[in-house]
Write a protein that binds this ligand. Structure first.
Ligand SMILES: *[C@@H]1O[C@H](CO)[C@@H](O)[C@H](O)[C@H]1NC(C)=O
Ligand SMILES: *[C@@H]1O[C@H](CO)[C@@H](O)[C@H](O)[C@H]1NC(C)=O
Ligand SMILES: *[C@@H]1O[C@H](CO)[C@@H](O)[C@H](O)[C@H]1NC(C)=O
Ligand SMILES: *[C@@H]1O[C@H](CO)[C@@H](O)[C@H](O)[C@H]1NC(C)=O
Length: 296
């Protein structure tokens, strides 16, 4: 069965499910497997490939500094085409499923908008080796950004736009804060200030045990390091039942960017923002108008 945007919506609730469970059990040792449910949705099972969506691609394995292998799909446009956009979208996955599940989104970026698309599995997800952790996922991001900005000629010359949903938004903020010079635009959807500040919303009583949370994803304190020159689009579901929408408001406020925009989807939950009317137009307009080269 080919995945659709609807399937993507159905699985987006898992960060919340995981955090509620974490909250209930208050577990210190098991929080990695709860916050990063890499096996959900058959995440380690069949992984669809871009050719199933008529997208030409190359399967790439990248090796991290600590020896893990990351499964990646590299989907390049023909750089000789007269309408080549010279832009690349780096998709940063949410916390469940495998990269095959994100192909309906990749397909819109690639086929409808004409952008190069790069997507990779975090360590421990899909066919990547290792086990997920905050430290590890940050090493993975370092490896991928280095590949795109230094090791591959076509990507290196293109403008890179980060697209991060939920946990992927935290990875995007990490990249923007540490590798500003390599990035040209950032799109954040329903992401959080920190894991710690998200838990009490899902399970209020647990505000007393958040000190046990060692997977912090403290985006809040990284935001000041984002370059003012980076254009940012924030997509916020106002009925988000997992991450309070005020987190997105605060991220918007703290971002030093000269060019930032928050678009609010009044009737959207955490899971179904990709299905909202105007969602894709908003994204396309942002990349066309706010990321160089303007107009493509
Ligand atoms: C998304 O979440 C809402 C509220 O939790 C739920 O009512 C709806 O069925 C979910 N949508 C999908 C597509 O799973
Ligand atoms: C990537 O690594 C996997 C196993 O880790 C291997 O099966 C696959 O052939 C490798 N792919 C490439 C393109 O090297
Ligand atoms: C770009 O042009 C090629 C033909 O040169 C065409 O096949 C393709 O659909 C065009 N892409 C877009 C995004 O317009
Ligand atoms: C893409 O943009 C870079 C820098 O802006 C430029 O050097 C390069 O020639 C462009 N590539 C194409 C194929 O337009």
């Amino acid at each position: 069965m080919a995945w659709t945007l609807y399937n993507i919506a159905k699985t987006a609730t898992q960060l919340g499910g995981g955090m509620a469970l974490l909250a209930l059990l208050g577990l210190y040792y098991y929080q990695n497997s709860i916050i990063y449910p890499a096996s959900l949705n058959d995440g380690h099972g069949y992984c669809a490939t871009p050719d199933e969506y008529d997208i030409p691609y190359e399967a790439v394995n990248l090796t991290t500094t600590d020896g893990e292998t990351l499964q990646c799909y590299s989907m390049k446009q023909d750089s000789k085409s007269p309408n080549y956009t010279n832009k690349t979208v780096l998709i940063l996955s949410p916390n469940a499923g495998n990269i095959g599940h994100s192909l309906p989104i990749a397909s819109i970026f690639y086929k409808k908008f004409g952008y190069n698309v790069f997507i990779y599995s975090y360590r421990g997800y899909g066919k990547s080796t290792g086990a997920p952790s905050e430290v590890g996922l940050k090493k993975d991001a370092d490896t991928v950004v280095e590949y795109l900005s230094e090791n591959d000629r076509q990507y290196q010359q293109s403008s890179i736009v980060l697209y991060g949903r939920s946990l992927g938004g935290a990875v995007a903020i990490y990249i923007a804060a540490t590798k500003s010079a390599s990035i040209d635009g950032m799109i954040l959807e329903n992401t959080f200030l920190s894991i710690k500040k998200t838990i009490p919303h899902i399970f209020p009583i647990l505000k007393y045990v958040t000190s046990f949370v060692h997977q912090r994803w403290d985006s809040e304190s990284l935001l000041a390091k984002v370059s003012p020159k980076l254009s940012v689009l924030l997509l916020s579901a106002r009925k988000d039942e997992i991450v309070p929408p005020q987190h997105m408001d605060e991220i918007y406020r703290l971002l030093p960017s000269d060019c930032k925009e928050i678009v609010k989807f009044e009737n959207s939950y955490h899971n179904d923002t990709v299905l909202q009317e105007a969602y894709w137009d908003t994204i396309h307009t942002f990349i066309k108008d706010k990321v160089n080269p303007v107009g493509l």
